[in-house]
Each structure stands twice: as structure tokens, then as C-alpha cells.
Write a protein that binds this ligand. Structure first.
Ligand code: ATP
Ligand code: MG
Length: 472
């Protein structure tokens, strides 16, 4: 796969997992935990036995798909097959894929249980069970499903738990159903990755959208993920951004599965450059090229912050995380900093002049890139003719003006959301289920639909920058 060295979590957990011990592995986001459990799981496989021998359970459909893809890459030379099993996809298609004798399955809990009940999956030969994003999987809402799945496995198996966060209370819970697990924590001072620059902006709720647009114009991220608190919020935000000419698409638990997958594919290929999401996209997703994460709304849990911003700064790359906090939410911001053990740097609301400067800089960068790539050679003759009658500076200035995108001021109004209040209360079910709102994306509650006709399929002639008809 082109990896030259194991990452610390791989180096520490692969030998232990190979001894057959149960283990809990904790290491920062983007540090290769998938391979850390994938390799030992594959080493355990008996190729003479045509049965599913390893099971990875993940909290979201996109993550189950991604883990299956990564395991298929790791297992390619050994011809180890992994089938993804997740909700929202035609179950008959999955039944057919399961008949193809995969050695591994990567699944979301609900759909896996469905297969177990229909007896369309056989788990008699399972040797390894992995809970990816283990703390989330053992959180309320998933624990019963996980228990039911584990109860249906008759064989002796090894249990591997992985996550970037592992709150004590979840760790205790996990130890109850593991056999003397080894705890492998890649020690680092901070919970978040060093190469993510972390900023916060203090603002009023009704300033958020314009401030976001200004920042996007100034920084022109390659790929950005914007997290909103609820499904409705995500719909409104992605519609608003599209109205202003950005290539944005939304993803949350109420969007049909085939559309969710399409959206992720387009984002990965760069044909949309902004993904607006609930926490459904907070965990595990590994999309290279994500340079910016914006927390348009503060996350409910400090853990969620760690995972959200971890969508950037992966595998040693650099990234930026910008968190919006309204004046009444400063306690929450502090709670996040206490948990990550890292201070965020305050960023001021950018002025209009800064936007103009940013837009001009982006146009300059584009010109230079074109020169470097030698893409404008066909225009040399036209350029020489122009320069016979005009000053070089005037010509370049005009070209820059054509390239620069005027900041778009199309009015966009979002429904206001209430600020997060007080400190988060753990172990208080009522409060917590209130808090979770529509963010979880598991489609169990808060089904606010009502999406307008959003134009997702506008043509895009260049990756990244927003060419719209305001160009001239
Ligand atoms: N040894 C390695 N050297 C270089 N790159 C690696 C190595 N191992 C894994 N990677 C790459 O690093 C990226 C992040 O890996 P992965 O998604 O497994 O991280 P993670 O620790 O599971 O993160 P998260 O906590 O967000 O789920 C992937 O693109 C993966 O292919
Ligand atoms: Mg992962």
C-alpha cells in the first residue's frame, strides 16, 4: 500500500492483537487505526475455511463502506474479501454478496442484526470482532444492538476496540464484556492532532452564515467539511451556500442512502468542494484533501469535537479547524479545550476588505498556477498583440478582475438555533437525548425533512474555486 513505516498505534497494537488477546486501542484521529486492526484480523484468517471469520462494526453506513474498501485493499494480495453490510442498501444485493464467501464483513449494527434474524449471515466461525469508534458504539443507542450481535456469535472470539476517544465510563463498560483487555494508548499530550491549527470565532448566531462565506472566500479551501447541529440546519446551510455559488452538498441521516453515497463520491473526487454534515460524518471518514473543518455550530460533546476536526490533518498532513461559538456558549468552548488539553486561537470576524484581498490573492494564485503548468501557451500570440497597445499592468489587472469572484451577497436566512446551554451532563439520559437532537444521523428521531429544490448538479468547470455567472 506504499506505507513505509507503521504508525505508533500499528506498531504497538498489531503484535498484541496477534497473540489473540482482547485489546482497547486509542490513538489520535487519522493515525491508521483501520490497518492496526485490519492486519491482525487478516493474519487470523484460515483460507481453507470458507466462512466469515472477522467482523468490524461501525456506527455509520459511510464508515462501514470505507472500512470494507480499506480492508479489501489490505487483503488484496492474500485474496481476502470483505463485504460491507449496511442499512439503506437493497438487502438482496447484500445477501448475494454474502453468498460469495467473504472472509470479512464490515457492518452497521442495525442491518447486521437484520441479516442475523433472517439467517442470511453465518457467524459461527467468527474469530475477531472489532468495534471501530468503540466509544460511540457502546454509547446509548447502540449498546443493545452490539450486545445482541455478540450474543449471536457462538464461537470463541477476540474483541478489539478502537477509537480516538475513550471516556473512562465507556472503558469500564467495555471491560465488562472483554477478557482482560490490554489497553494500548498512544500517549500524546493532547487528544487532538498537532498538525491541525485550531481556531474559534466568537459571534452572534445571525452572523454565522456571512462570516462563514467570508472565510471560505478568503481561505478558498481545497475541500471543506462544515458541521451543523441538526438535519434541518444542514439542509438550510447547503442550500444557502449553493445559492451563493459554492459547490456544497449536505449529508445527514434522513437523506436517501444512494444520495448519501453519491454525495460522498462527488466530494472525494472534488466535484463538490464543500460537504455540509451532521455528526453522521464526524467519525472515521478518511477523505484526503480536506484542508478545513468548520464547526458552524458547536458540537454537543467534546468527544464529537475531536472527531469532527479529525477529518482534516490526517496521515501527517496539515489542516485547519475553525469553530463558531456564540457569546453564550463560551462555557462549552472551554469544556472542549479542557478535554483536548489544547487552546484554540481566537480569530476575528474578517472584514470586507480582507475578503477582497483574499479573493484577489486567490486569483493571483490561479494565474501563477496556470503559468507554472504551462497551460496558457495557446494564448501567447493574443497576449503579445494585447501588449502592443496596452500596459502590461493594465492587462494583468483586467485578467485578475475576470478571475476574481466578487463576494456574493445574495440574502440567505437560516432558522436560528438555540445556543447550547450549561455544561454537558453525562449519565443523564433525559438531558442527553434532548441534546442529541437530530445530530446523530441515525434516523431514529427528529425527522425533519422539507428540503427545497436544491440545485446540486450545476456544472463545474474547475475544481475548487467557485466559478459562477458573477465572474464578469
Ligand atoms: N503506516 C502508514 N503510513 C502512512 N499512511 C498510513 C499508514 N497507515 C494508514 N495510513 C493512512 O492514513 C490514513 C488514516 O488512516 P485511518 O482512517 O485508519 O485513521 P484512523 O486512526 O482510523 O482515524 P479516525 O480516528 O479518524 O477513524 C488513511 O488514508 C490510511 O491509508
Ligand atoms: Mg478510523
Amino acid at each position: 500500500m506504499g506505507f513505509e513505516n507503521p504508525t505508533p498505534i500499528q506498531e504497538q497494537s498489531i503484535p498484541t492483537a496477534l497473540t489473540g488477546k482482547d485489546l482497547i486501542g486509542q490513538a489520535q484521529t487519522g493515525t491508521g487505526k483501520t490497518t492496526a486492526f485490519g492486519v491482525p484480523m487478516m493474519e487470523n484468517i484460515d483460507m481453507d475455511l470458507s466462512a466469515i471469520q472477522g467482523l468490524v462494526i461501525a456506527p455509520t453506513r459511510e464508515l462501514a463502506i470505507q472500512v470494507a474498501e480499506e480492508l479489501n485493499r489490505i487483503g488484496q494480495t492474500k485474496k481476502i474479501k470483505t463485504v460491507p453490510v449496511y442499512g439503506g442498501q437493497d438487502i438482496n444485493r447484500q445477501i448475494r454478496a454474502l453468498k460469495n464467501k467473504p472472509q470479512l464483513v464490515a457492518a452497521t449494527p442495525g442491518r447486521l442484526l437484520d441479516h442475523i434474524r433472517r439467517k442470511t449471515i453465518r457467524l459461527d466461525n467468527i474469530k475477531t470482532v472489532v468495534l471501530d469508534e468503540a466509544d460511540e458504539m457502546l454509547n446509548m443507542g447502540f449498546i443493545e444492538d452490539i450486545e445482541a450481535i455478540m450474543d449471536s456469535i457462538p464461537s470463541e472470539y477476540q474483541t478489539l476496540l478502537f477509537s480516538a476517544t475513550m471516556p473512562k465510563r465507556i472503558q469500564k463498560l467495555a471491560e465488562k464484556f472483554m477478557k482482560e483487555p490490554e489497553l494500548i494508548q498512544v500517549k500524546s499530550k493532547e487528544l487532538t492532532v498537532d498538525n491541525i491549527e485550531q481556531y474559534y470565532v466568537e459571534l452572534k448566531e445571525n452572523q454565522k452564515f456571512d462570516v462563514l462565506c467570508r472565510m471560505l472566500d478568503i481561505e478558498s479551501p481545497d475541500l471543506a467539511i462544515i458541521f451543523g447541529r441538526t438535519k434541518k440546519r444542514v439542509d438550510e446551510l447547503s442550500e444557502g451556500l449553493s445559492k451563493r455559488g459554492y459547490f456544497a452538498e449536505g449529508i445527514h441521516g434522513d437523506i436517501p442512502q444512494n444520495k448519501r453515497e453519491h454525495t460522498i463520491r462527488r466530494f472525494k473526487s472534488g466535484s463538490t468542494d464543500i460537504l455540509v454534515a451532521t455528526d453522521v460524518a464526524a467519525r472515521g471518514l478518511d477523505i484526503s484533501g480536506v484542508t478545513h473543518v468548520y464547526n458552524f455550530d458547536l458540537p454537543q460533546d467534546p468527544e464529537s469535537y475531536v472527531h469532527r476536526i479529525g477529518r482534516t490533518g490526517r496521515a501527517g498532513k496539515k489542516g485547519q479547524a475553525i469553530t463558531f461559538s456564540t457569546f453564550r456558549e463560551s462555557e462549552h468552548l472551554k469544556a472542549i479545550e479542557r478535554m483536548t488539553k489544547r487552546r484554540m486561537i481566537k480569530k476575528n470576524i474578517p472584514s470586507y476588505d480582507e475578503v477582497v484581498e483574499g479573493v484577489q490573492q486567490a486569483a493571483r494564485d490561479e494565474l501563477i498556477e496556470m503559468i507554472d503548468k504551462g497551460e496558457a501557451e495557446k494564448f501567447t500570440h493574443a497576449a503579445e498583440q494585447l501588449l502592443e497597445n496596452h500596459h502590461a499592468v493594465d492587462v494583468v489587472a483586467a485578467a485578475l478582475k475576470l478571475l476574481a469572484k466578487e463576494p456574493d451577497q445574495t440574502p440567505v436566512k437560516l432558522t436560528e438555533v438555540a445556543p447550547l446551554r450549561g455544561k454537558r451532563v453525562r449519565n443523564d439520559n433525559k438531558k442527553r437525548s434532548n441534546y442529541r437532537g437530530g445530530g446523530g444521523g441515525r434516523g431514529r428521531n427528529d425527522r425533519n425533512k422539507g428540503r427545497g429544490g436544491r440545485n446540486n448538479d450545476r456544472n463545474k468547470n474547475s475544481r475548487g474555486k467557485n466559478y459562477n455567472n458573477k465572474r464578469s
